[in-house]
Design a protein around this ligand. Structure first.
Ligand SMILES: [Zn+2]
Length: 223
């Protein structure tokens, strides 16, 4: 079975980028991560988050958590920021293009998030200088969901319905990356009741139950 590391950027004393009305990157990626975790419970996958609370973890620690865990893929989630406040859009960074599967994942995440938020698809980009991409031993990518420096993006990123949609498309693409099938709901949850008659006269109902019991249906009862 494959193993996955999801790395939520920043946290603790490092808030990451901060939007015009003070929404911070660390909180946004944590809320996306919490939703992804709920979604992943429906799948048979061994996964670990570098953090799933508001705490600080160094970039070196993040990579070593993934390397020790022996993850097959490393997916980091961040929110972008820039001085030009008009800029919006999703992009995904990779160290290189060696993993076809990861390339496809990154491309689909860009497509899907750009649709969900109705923003520009800035595509998959490559950079050998990002610490977490450089120091992880497995194929790794870093999703920059949108630009928190833009006021509309900031509003979307504090909207719980939008966060759920972002988490859903990331989870769906992870399921595809790992060839996961949804774990079937346990059958015991569903009870099929059998009805064997309806009577106006109570005595007829009582007799029917007696008959059913005499034939071995000991749990028969009147509603
Ligand atoms: Zn960041």
């Amino acid at each position: 079975m494959g193993k996955l590391i999801i790395d939520l950027g920043h946290g603790g004393q490092d808030p990451g980028s901060i939007g015009p009305s003070k929404v911070c990157e660390a909180d946004v990626v944590l809320s996306i991560g919490e939703e992804i975790e709920k979604n992943l419970n429906g799948y048979d996958l061994e996964y670990k988050f570098t953090r799933i609370s508001d705490k600080f973890i160094s970039l070196t620690q993040r990579a070593s958590i993934a390397n020790i865990f022996g993850a097959s893929y490393f997916v980091s989630i961040h929110i972008n920021s820039t001085t030009d406040k008009s800029v919006r859009g999703v992009e995904v960074w990779q160290y290189d293009a060696d993993s076809k599967r990861l390339n496809n994942f990154s491309k689909c995440v860009c497509d899907d998030i750009s649709k969900v938020l109705n923003i520009r698809n800035r595509g998959v980009k490559y950079n050998k200088n990002f610490a977490v991409l450089k120091n992880t031993k497995m194929p790794a990518c870093l999703i920059e969901v949108d630009f928190i420096s833009n006021i509309d993006a900031e509003r979307d990123l504090k909207d719980s319905a939008k966060i759920k949609e972002i988490a859903k498309v990331i989870t769906d693409n992870l399921a595809h990356l790992y060839d996961l099938q949804k774990v079937k709901k346990v059958e015991e949850d569903i009870l099929y009741k059998v009805c064997i008659g309806a009577f106006r006269d109570k005595n007829n109902a009582i007799n029917q139950v007696k008959e059913a019991k005499s034939k071995g249906f000991r749990d028969a009862y009147i509603i």
